[in-house]
Design a protein around this ligand. Structure first.
Ligand SMILES: [Fe+2]
Length: 349
């Protein structure tokens, strides 16, 4: 078996490959690591047959949909998964065939209703059902402490104790443990009585994960994260440095339109000398009257450099081939003590 573990902060993803047939699967991929997964598969000469999420993640952004879509690889999840884009819906005790490898599915609801563990050869990918020294939490949507107790004590922990445990998360830099080690030392597994276990899980008082709403939204619908939306825009937009704009603005370069896309109040409080004002929210509606020449050189400006990137991408889609965005924004411009004009520009922007 070819095996790679890829950590992203506390999130763990796994590349599993059959060394005889070059068939591979990716387990719990994370959105920021797509290039790394593809590069690792290339390095090992593997071809993906499945991208798999062990459950609906609430704490990181899954890459299954993007990879599945881009490579035309089936997305596999448990059949209880609410995602509309899942291609292969798996049930308890079913198998994923990967060349000569057999990945056995164990449905282990508790952390979420659609949680599953994947057992292949000497190891088990436990998702968030069992972590090193902990278990997944049961207080997020579809979590159920009683179900987790059953999944652990009547399911996962009945497997061979020598199996290596590879969880979906570890925040302390550990790679894996074994079922035997977890049975012996995992504090949450010491409460074997069902009622005591439920009581313990109900009283963990964990804080809500950051990006919970966004993670559930994007993981359940396949929609984009805000960061992705910005990255997609940045991929088609060139940028101008603060110094570059300063030089051109100082010279009042006649060919250049500095387009401030913030709201009126922010523009009036201080903008790049000579900047025109066209709020991003009105861009498409006013573009024809404000910017009649699509060949003009335009640099979009906002407060932090994000909205200006989106505005530049929109203008590129509208045919403005020479639009760029300011790298940074007015916050950085002010911090650099570059010149500001307050109020409106003489041409009545
Ligand atoms: Fe999770």
């Amino acid at each position: 078996m070819i095996f790679e573990q890829i950590a992203t902060g506390g999130c763990q993803s796994y590349l599993i490959g059959c060394s005889d047939t070059c068939a591979a699967a990716l387990v719990d991929p994370e959105i920021s690591q797509i290039d790394r997964y593809l590069a690792l598969a290339s390095r090992h000469g593997l071809r993906f047959h499945y991208v798999i999420d062990t459950h609906t993640h609430a704490d990181h952004f899954s890459a299954t949909q993007q990879i599945g879509h881009r490579l035309r690889v089936p997305i596999a999840m448990h059949q209880a998964s609410p995602q509309p884009f899942v291609d292969v819906r798996l049930g308890d005790r079913e198998l994923i065939v990967l060349g000569r490898l057999r990945i056995q599915v164990r449905h282990t609801p508790g952390h979420t209703r659609d949680s599953m563990c994947l057992h292949v050869e000497d190891r088990v990918f436990t998702g968030d059902t069992l972590l090193i020294g902990a278990t997944g939490r049961t207080d997020l949507p579809t979590g159920d402490p009683a179900a987790l107790h059953d999944s652990l004590f009547n399911g996962l922990l009945q497997l061979d104790p020598e199996l290596k445990v590879f969880p979906a998360h570890d925040y302390k830099g550990r790679t894996h443990s074994t079922l035997a080690q977890e049975l012996a030392s995992n504090p949450r597994l010491q409460k074997r009585d069902r009622e005591e276990f439920i009581e313990m899980m109900r009283n963990l008082n964990l804080s809500t994960p950051t990006h919970l709403t966004e993670a559930l939204r994007t993981n359940m619908t396949g929609g984009k994260t805000v960061a992705q939306l910005l990255a997609d825009a940045a991929a088609i937009v060139p940028f101008m440095s603060l110094d570059g704009l300063r030089t051109l603005a100082d010279a009042r370069h006649p060919d250049l339109i500095v387009l401030d896309v913030r709201e009126r109040d922010a523009y009036d409080e201080g903008h790049v000398p000579g900047a025109r004002h066209l709020p991003r929210g009105q861009l498409e509606l006013r573009v024809n009257e404000e910017l009649p020449d699509p060949t003009r050189r335009i640099v979009t400006v906002c407060e932090f450099g994000r909205i200006s990137t989106l505005a530049a991408a929109t203008l590129r889609e509208l045919g403005f081939t020479r639009v760029v965005a300011l790298d940074g924004g007015m916050k950085a411009w002010r911090a650099a003590d570059f010149p500001l004009v307050r109020g409106r520009e003489p041409y009545g922007a």
